[in-house]
Design a protein around this ligand. Structure first.
Ligand SMILES: Nc1ncnc2c1ncn2[C@@H]1O[C@H](COP(=O)(O)OP(=O)(O)OP(=O)(O)O)[C@@H](O)[C@H]1O
Ligand SMILES: [Mg+2]
Length: 521
């Protein structure tokens, strides 16, 4: 089998060029040879594509071998350069080596050329590998440093937020003339609380609940919801490993990972395109494992590939940094991929992005393959039950969150109604009458009628209504907000779609028939 080889040949003589071509074919190469004999043509060839090797005649009528080496250096490319000459003057050879030539082959001994090329290409690959490893190490050290900084800030910031919200809520308990101002403080604090939680995820400080489960199944369970969320103009397809891929991780955190990646793809695709979700088994050995900061061994790969706008080479090294975003002001926080990065790292895996900057992006998550079989508990995960059919009313003032919640529930079969605030939710409940809605999923902090007040008023209309509260605050902080204890479930934001559906199902199935909501105190 002939080895393909792309040769940039600097040679003014046609007959010598033919001889070189023949030597390469005889040496086992299927060579594509591009011949140039001026400096301008050389520079153009260097700029237009990549080359495996440069072969250069030493004596050129229109420019010198030294000028060619200078042009190569200026291009920044690491391409082996081999000089060819009819004379074997020691001084000449030394000059060329000093100028950066890797080897020197006499034209009357061209038979040596194929082996010289082979050695140079092997060494060039070694240099490339070392460069990749150095870059990877530097990247890992950078992310580690940012992680420590982000984690430290987030931790202290969270404590401050607890004080801010605590006192604002205390002040709201009495008739307070500053009520509106205090409510604004609480809104801002809730946003801040969400941000700090994402930062904590990035710095790998989340409380995870790892279990052993089949990744294929998780991806399949998510697929339907992702299809709906991503919209009709993106074709979603899957390419799954034929065997189960057991990993030990927190399933709801992995759902969050898939969701963030898929949303980025949707945004990159814009009007029409495709998204492929894939899983596969990978064996990583030696350098391939080190390159991702992993131990050699068996891994499961989840790939999310899109044919969107791609990621430019100068953007690529930054995408996992917190607050790095290329979106217009106010359209993205730049925490999506940082959260993903933190979750994957904390689960003992790695993530990397590939893009040529034009025709799309592939994000690959690697997770250690678990030798254990799946937990029996997980085999009976609630979302594997028959599709839900109940009617759910979602009250949430943040449009993006409301859409996500609605889509997640609809994808599991629920009939979903949406309200952008407490007043709208009450109007819907009034209009539908006593049997209209089985579950209310509501944000806790909303302008006007808050979640707990909405729940209490709803309970007067529909005593059997179950309520699932969502909030960016922890349950502890929320307790002061009048959330009735023991009669309503609580879901802390941000949550994964599967978690939401599981909790909704649990709530609807738990001691059926009893009233679920009491008046908030
Ligand atoms: N699939 C993709 N295609 C093209 N660019 C991407 C893709 N995924 C990520 N990016 C780039 O990486 C940047 C960072 O992504 P990240 O998810 O962290 O933040 P964001 O999407 O900008 O904001 P947020 O996720 O917080 O709403 C994006 O702004 C975008 O430039
Ligand atoms: Mg994002």
């Amino acid at each position: 089998m002939q080895l393909p080889l792309k040769v940039l040949l600097i040679e003014d003589r046609e007959d010598d060029a033919l001889l070189i071509a023949r030597t390469l074919t005889r040496g086992g190469y299927d060579a594509y040879i591009h011949r140039v004999d001026t400096e301008a043509a050389l520079r153009e060839a260097l700029a237009s594509q990549s080359w495996d090797v440069i072969l250069s005649d030493y004596r050129l009528p229109r420019f010198s071998c030294q000028a060619a080496l200078r042009a190569l250096q200026e291009s920044g490319a690491d391409i082996p350069f081999i000089a060819l000459s009819g004379t074997g003057n020691e001084e000449t050879i030394l000059d060329l080596v000093r100028a950066g030539a890797r080897d020197y082959v006499m034209k009357d001994n061209l038979a040596r050329l194929p082996s010289a090329i082979e050695r140079e290409m092997r060494e060039a690959e070694g240099r490339r590998q070392r460069k990749r490893l150095e870059a990877q190490l530097q990247q890992a050290m950078k992310m580690e440093a940012i992680g420590r900084l982000a984690g430290g800030v987030a931790h202290d910031f969270n404590n401050l937020l607890t004080v801010i919200t605590g006192f604002a809520q205390l002040a709201l308990l009495d008739e307070n003339p500053a009520r509106e101002g205090l409510e604004q403080i609480l809104f801002a604090a809730e946003r801040a609380s969400g941000l700090t939680r994402q930062l904590l995820a990035f710095s790998r400080q989340q409380a995870l609940e790892p279990r052993v489960f089949d990744l294929n199944r998780l991806v399949r369970d998510m697929e339907k919801m992702l299809r709906r969320l991503i919209g009709e103009n993106v074709r979603v397809s899957t390419s799954m490993a034929g065997e189960p891929l057991f990993v030990r991780a927190d399933p709801s955190q992995l759902e969050q990972v898939l969701l963030n990646l898929a949303i980025n793809s949707r945004d990159a695709i814009g009007h029409g395109g495709k998204l492929i979700l894939g899983t596969s088994r990978r064996r990583l050995e030696g350098a391939a494992a080190t390159l991702h900061g992993l131990h050699p061994g068996d891994y499961c790969a989840i790939a999310v590939a899109d044919n969107g706008c791609g990621i430019a080479p100068d953007v690529l090294p930054h995408i996992f940094e917190p607050f790095f975003t290329t979106r217009p002001e106010g359209q993205g926080t730049g925490l999506g991929l940082s959260t993903v990065y933190g979750i994957v790292q904390q689960s003992g895996g790695a993530i990397y992005a590939q893009s040529d900057g034009r025709t799309g992006t592939t994000m690959t998550v690697l997770l250690p393959l678990s030798a254990l079989a799946a937990d029996a508990a997980l085999a009976a995960r609630p979302e594997a039950l028959a599709a839900s059919t109940e009617t759910v009313l979602v009250a949430e003032d943040d449009d993006a969150v409301r859409k996500l919640v609605a889509e997640s529930l609809a994808a599991s079969g629920f009939r979903v109604l949406q309200a952008a605030n407490g007043e709208e939710a009450l109007e819907i409940l009034h209009a539908l009458g006593p049997a209209g809605v089985e579950l209310l999923v509501t944000d806790v902090v909303m302008p006007g009628i808050s979640g707990p007040i909405l729940a209490a008023r709803a309970a007067e209309l529909l005593p059997r209504l179950r309520v699932l509260f969502m909030s960016g605050y922890t349950e502890d902080v929320i307790r002061h907000h009048g959330l009735s204890q023991g009669h309503a479930a609580f879901l802390q934001k941000p949550f994964a779609p599967g978690e939401l559906v599981r909790r909704a199902r649990e709530l609807l199935d738990a001691d059926k028939g009893k009233p679920r909501v009491q008046r908030a105190t």
